[in-house]
Design a protein. Sequence first.
Length: 134
Amino acid sequence: HGAAHPTALQLLAEVKSPTRVSFPALNTLILGANTPYSSYQRREIHDGEAGKAADWWDVLMHVLANRRQMSDPIQRLVLEGRWCFHLDACKRLWTERGEECQRRSLVIEIVDSRVFFDDCFICRQKAARVRYGV
């Protein structure tokens, strides 16, 4: 969902010295999805995005754990953006993983300010195919 590439996430865990990570003053990490997407991204999001999101969250949770261990934790994780209601598996995964980060004390606070809507391009396209038998 427009999320950072796992390699970019690893930069947040990069060790600059035996006791410091990159961006030690970073307290808030904002993650989100917004539309419009390219047609390729839209299709990918609706067709199996939850599996890719799970892999991405695994990397993020490793980064958060590493920063906490190095005494430079991310304090707040903000989930934001515009999300299609039909992305049930992905919505649940983001909610569950955010809550897990808080339960495991990887972050202190989770702010979920996602906005959900039910009229995305792919949903309209799928509905049209059903309606017209395409």
